[in-house]
Ligand binder design. Structure first.
Ligand code: UDP
Length: 237
């Protein structure tokens, strides 16, 4: 690994403390043609989520007789990264689409919607680390604003280790130079983890500490999600 100094005098290169989130902005109702939508920003990472449905799925052979289905697509805009990203699906976006679907599915009462689909699009407009978790936060808000019956919101953040220090909410630079990075999502009220994906090496103690940090960060993010939803209904008055 390259020898990049990511922590100086206890602070990260963007002046954050190890356990500090970037500036987080959330807005619900940003795509007029969608049934529900949201934009979430974590620093320079910007994700837009758009929800279409629930609606009866055609062609019919794709339907599930006993349950509804969630179809999720993650994609990065060509201009979202410093090296132009070639448009269209690739191995990473197929994986992340699946990961996002699996993180979100447990919260939706899909069993109440036989033969139905809910289509979720997560578009990364700007990428600077932690795009999948930013996308999950946006997706959860978009689903709630579409009125999809849910057990809970889904709240997500990244955690990791750089320069031998445990941190929250990795930038792209931190991700590229990390000793470990973990994507985490949970249902904040049900206290159920729906995504835990790790790259790198951590001791068990480090992982347990990071999970605690992730839970605390998700509690903060959850408050911001609720505020964004309330704000949406206020403007609709
Ligand atoms: N990235 C990039 N080009 C790509 C894919 C990723 O520049 O084609 C950057 C981007 O900033 C992204 C980061 O690498 O956020 C980490 O990507 P990773 O695959 O770990 O997923 P993420 O952390 O975004 O969920």
């Amino acid at each position: 690994m390259e020898n990049v100094e990511l922590i100086k005098d206890g602070k990260r290169l963007d002046s954050r403390l190890p356990e500090q989130l970037r500036d987080v902005q959330m807005k619900v109702g940003v795509v007029s043609r969608a049934d529900g939508s949201a934009e979430v920003r974590f620093g320079n990472t910007v994700a837009l989520a758009s929800v279409h449905g629930p609606r009866v799925l055609y062609p019919r052979f794709l339907q599930e007789a006993e349950t509804g289905i969630l179809r999720a697509r993650y994609s990065m805009a060509p201009f979202s990264v410093s090296d132009r990203k070639s448009p269209g699906p690739d191995r990473r976006s197929v994986e992340l689409s699946k990961v996002i679907r699996l993180a979100i599915e447990p919260t939706i009462f899909l069993e109440d919607f036989p033969k139905v689909t809910i289509d979720l699009f997560v578009e990364i407009i700007q990428a600077d680390g932690s795009t999948r978790v930013t996308g999950i936060n946006a997706a959860s808000l978009a689903l709630a604003s579409a009125g999809v019956p849910m057990r809970d919101l889904v709240t997500a953040c990244s955690i990791g280790k750089i320069d031998n220090t445990l941190i929250v909410d990795l930038t792209g630079n931190e991700d590229n130079n990390s000793e470990a990075d973990v994507a985490f999502a949970m249902l904040p009220n049900k206290k159920k983890i729906t995504l835990l994906q790790m790259d790198g090496v951590l001791t068990k103690e480090e992982l347990m500490k990071l999970l605690q940090l992730a839970k605390e960060s998700c509690e903060k993010i959850y408050e911001l999600q609720k505020n964004a939803l309330r704000e949406n209904y206020k403007t609709g008055e």
